[in-house]
Write a protein that binds this ligand. Structure first.
Ligand code: IVH
Length: 698
């Protein structure tokens, strides 16, 4: 049990990082398939341990590509992702589920290609493109309209007199065709700039560019695959897309309507090989129930619709020779073995490096320099070695009787010291990776800690990006996150210093902006400071719990293992980690410096009264006459649980707390907008306030 709990915490942490690398940095280090496997493992473990539920678990959201530089807008309808699978049985199960869900009624499935780019939501009004929004975290995304306008296959104005509805939304995928991708990477190579790993990253990086003329030059393209809104032409998804094609949208010509599972498999088989002849990257097929009425009756799960599924193609493989293994230290301290190989053509690109993940994977592969190896590229990102061929038995051969590798290089051991700082590596119980433990002295780890410190959910120093941090660190301007707060005095000494500090000048953003956001971070509440200092296993939730329980940094620093473990939600792993963190004098000194710079080291007055954050982010309207508490008391209760009391009902209202005689106009408005009406008892149950002992106030 303890192991499974630790594994859940570890998977959450890892998936959060992979999410960030994928959606924000456009620089994933694992393939989609590996990501999905980790996610499935976490989903299974969480299902087994409902007591460890965490609303901030990566399983509870669909990833985020939110970028601080664009305006964030809330989606009119949430952008859900699709359930996905890599095997045919699950496709057959999907078919069966649909058939059962529709009580055996006949249905058609629309088979489509799964385009490998980034999803976009386009809004049209009176035939004009008015807004384009990225998926973001599924609830809100970035407004990238100016950039999207430069994509030539997206119509800005629909043909006058067409049968398009006055208002609608159409979703699809923004892609960088292989031809544009190859050209762009060639230019970047010549300019000595880092290359994009695949067209999806290139498309995503391009769409997030601050300069729309860059976007215009990069040759992006778009395929649309989902029409939404009232007044769309008919009940058929396929037919609606045909209409959208008439209005000028680029709709894939490879969609097929089918009525049997055999036809679905035929579509999958055909495109598994034929996709390599397409001008854009695809990574699977999407199967959708065609009738909108049937879609509606099948409904949704919390994360994805029950009427659609994505089948992902298996990764491609090729054979080559292993030359060397090098070891890389990541920002978390995890050491990753990387294979250098003879270049080989794989999934459209030349591959010379492959990840070997960890010591166990390396040992299982039994690698020797000079081995023939089978390389796989899942999700067309970083390839990996799946098998050594030189010691695989041939047909009819017994593995144990195979000859030794004569004339080949020796076997390759895993290292026991950090290749960067020389510290002895450690392997935590239940973890696959070896770690460099020197988090206060090893450069990649220090950078990782600073990046975590400035991140949005921590100190939110949003004018600084990882590249600037790397740059400052390399130039010796900062040695840890606390040094950020001494950049300001250095600057105020005079212009000469400012120039020395910020050369070369930062593109588009002045040093003043950086200093202002560093200064502003001093107001960030204590719970986020506690999260920001980077105690292993102390995520946002644990930091909040600790902050509320102890109230100040001093108390957290003094807390014993016994005291920590009494707290609901804090187990052995987190407690041990907190104690260990503050046992290190370097960490204590770091915290003291932060205190000296004026960061919040205690919870605020309002939070002292907080009882929970179960209503965080929720806007609640109070209406009617109540039995158990006065209106003011309810207002206070809402605030004590992290919610906001607002006066009037709008589509932003989370629910209405309704007493007797709620005004008819309010009731009608709430019903029209589909907003939940909650009774007094329901609300009190929700916040677990025991009404039996509460005196009626009137
Ligand atoms: S339909 C509710 N159709 O795959 C249905 N998605 O997780 C929404 N994608 O986020 C999506 N090609 O970015 C759909 N033909 C297609 C697609 C497609 C690619 C992407 C999309 C979505 C992800 C599924």
């Amino acid at each position: 049990m303890v192991d499974e709990k630790a594994r859940i915490l570890q998977l959450r942490e890892e998936l959060h990082q992979h999410n960030y690398r994928y959606y924000v940095e456009n620089n994933p280090i694992i393939s989609d398939q590996e990501f999905d496997f980790l996610m499935h493992e976490l989903q299974d473990l969480e299902a087994k341990h409902p007591e460890l539920f965490d609303p901030n678990s990566p399983t509870q959201r669909v990833g985020s590509d939110l970028n601080n530089e664009f305006e964030t807008v809330v989606h009119t309808r949430p952008m859900l992702s699709l359930g996905n699978t890599y095997n045919r049985e699950e496709v057959a199960d999907f078919w069966q589920r649909v058939s059962d869900g529709l009580m055996g009624a006949p249905f058609q499935i629309c088979c489509e290609l799964k385009f490998d780019g980034l999803s976009i939501s386009l809004h049209y009004e009176d035939g004009r493109l008015i807004r384009a929004v990225t998926r973001g975290d599924g609830v809100q995304g970035d407004d990238v309209t100016a950039n999207v306008r430069t994509i030539r296959s997206i119509p800005l104005q629909l043909p006058v007199g067409g049968d398009w509805p006055r208002q609608f939304e159409i979703r699809g995928e923004i892609l960088m065709p292989w031809s544009s991708f190859d050209r762009l990477n060639k230019e970047r190579e010549e300019a000595g700039e880092p290359l994009f790993a695949n067209p999806r990253n290139a498309a995503s990086g391009t769409l997030k560019s601050k300069n729309s003329s860059t976007v215009a030059q990069r040759g992006l393209d778009a395929y649309l695959y989902y029409l939404l809104g009232e007044g769309i032409p008919g009940d058929g998804h396929y037919q609606n897309l045909e209409a959208a094609a008439r209005w000028g949208f680029q709709i894939s010509k490879h969609m097929r309507l089918v009525s049997s599972l055999e036809e679905v498999f035929a579509f999958i088989d055909y495109w598994d090989t034929e996709r390599h002849n397409l001008p854009v990257a695809t990574d699977g097929v999407v199967l959708k129930v065609n009738s909108l009425a049937q879609q509606k009756s099948l409904g949704m799960t919390a994360k994805s619709p029950r009427w659609a599924i994505a089948y992902k193609f298996q990764a491609e493989q090729a054979e080559t020779t292993l030359r060397q293994v090098v070891f890389q230290v990541g920002r978390t301290g995890a050491v990753t073995p990387v294979a250098n190989m003879d270049p080989v053509q794989l999934a459209g690109t030349q591959v010379r490096r492959a990840t070997l993940h960890n010591a166990d994977v390396m040992a299982a592969l039994d690698l020797h320099v000079g081995d023939r190896v089978l390389v796989e590229k899942g999700g067309e990102i970083i390839p990996k070695i799946v098998k050594t061929l030189s010691n695989s038995p041939l047909k009819g051969e017994d593995k144990d009787s195979l000859p030794l590798r004569e004339g080949r290089g020796g076997s390759i051991p895993f290292i026991d010291r950090c290749p960067v700082c020389g510290s002895k590596l450690v392997r935590y119980e239940g973890e696959a990776a070896h770690y460099c433990p020197n988090d206060t002295g090893c450069p990649p780890l220090i950078l990782g800690r600073i990046e975590h410190f400035i991140s949005r959910k921590a100190m939110n120093i949003n004018s600084l990006g990882p590249e600037t941090v790397d740059d400052y660190y390399r130039r010796g301007l900062i040695h840890d996150a606390a040094d950020l707060y001494s950049l300001a005095p250095a600057l105020s000494k005079g212009e000469g210093d400012a120039i020395a500090l910020f050369t070369p000048p930062l593109e588009g953003k002045g040093e003043a902006k950086i200093l202002a956001s560093i200064e502003q971070s001093k107001q960030v509440p204590f719970e986020r400071v506690l999260f920001a200092i980077g105690i292993r296993f102390v995520g946002e939730i644990a930091a909040k719990t600790l902050a509320r329980y102890y109230g100040s940094m001093d108390k957290v620093m003094e807390a014993s293992m016994e005291s920590l473990m009494q707290i609901n939600g804090i187990g052995e792993v987190i407690a041990g980690s907190v104690v260990q963190y503050f046992a290190n004098p370097v960490n204590r000194a770091f915290v003291e410096r932060l205190r000296g710079y004026g960061l919040q080291m205690e919870i605020g007055e309002q939070q002292k009264q907080a009882k929970s954050d179960m209503l965080e982010g929720q806007s609640v309207v109070i209406s009617g006459v109540f039995q158990h508490h006065s209106r003011d008391e309810y207002k206070a209760l809402i605030e004590q649980h992290g919610g906001k009391n607002v006066g009037s009902i709008s589509n932003k209202t989370s629910f209405v707390l309704a007493g007797e005689n709620m005004g008819p106009a309010k009731l009608e408005k709430a019903q029209k907008l589909g907003i939940r009406i909650m009774s007094e008892e329901e609300f009190l149950n929700l916040i677990e306030e025991d009404t039996r002992y509460v005196q009626p106030t009137h």
